[in-house]
Ligand binder design. Sequence first.
Ligand code: SF4
Ligand code: SF4
Length: 300
Amino acid sequence: MTGTISGIKRNAVHDGEGLRTTVFFKGCPLRCVWCHNPESIAFGRSLGFYPEKCLSCGSCQTVCSRQAVRMENGIPVTDRERCSGCFGCTEMCPGDARIGYGEVWEADALAEKLAQDKPFFDNSGGGVTLSGGECLSQPGFACALAGALTEKQIRVNVDTCGYTTRTVLDSILPFTDTFLYDLKAIDREVHRKCTGRDNDCILDNLRYLTDQGAEIEIRYPLVPGWNQGECGRIGAFLAGLSRKHKVKVLGYHSLADGKYRALGMTDTLPPVQATLSDVEEAVRILQGYGLHAVNGMKDD
Ligand code: SF4
Ligand code: SF4
């Protein structure tokens, strides 16, 4: 079983317990305006160009067989309509200014590579986190990878937006140590405005996983002006589930704007920042519902 990923991050400390390696899957069904991983949104291959690293050597223009690159005043300009995503130019680029997002891996081979860090996982209580994008948008690959890691006695976290089917959840559940479950809004219109999608299946799936006894940590990305007013509704919803979960409030910042430019995408990031007091206030509100809420801007 093969799948496409946009990257691998070793020594991650915010994607679950202990020292972890996070695998970023390509493709996401949502379009969150505040997405910090725009390179993972598209299911196909994406080319990034970081002009600050460019040495103006022109190799990318020379190597591109599709004539998708032209030099303008020493800066390569890529015609993304022509670009096939072959990534030939990324291999030639001496400045690492051109980065290809979209490596295809076979699940067993990727598990083998990830297992090289097993001693660090074992010593720290960590493991591998499947993230994205939305890792469950490639369900066969996610399950094959999680299964192969489980066979190697490596614990797997699944970082998900919850926009998937119950069949997929049933398939990944036996291999999942903890779900890191994003909850962005309860109000359907607010959710649609923030992500482009309704949240019915997201809420249903969270109820379902809770009833199945899954280990879940809720992630609430707090974005002032977008979903800050959802905090009380989120608290009430979570308090009504059959079990209470830990909730981590993540304060938003807009530091990913360079990535949007690099990918030739429209930057949708709201130009706002959640302050420490915004997050602390949200934590207090959630705690008022009897929840174990923590400030994701601080170590917990
Ligand atoms: S990825 Fe391939 S097609 Fe696209 S600009 Fe680079 S060499 Fe040309
Ligand atoms: S190959 Fe890399 S360094 Fe050379 S012009 Fe192209 S982007 Fe710039």
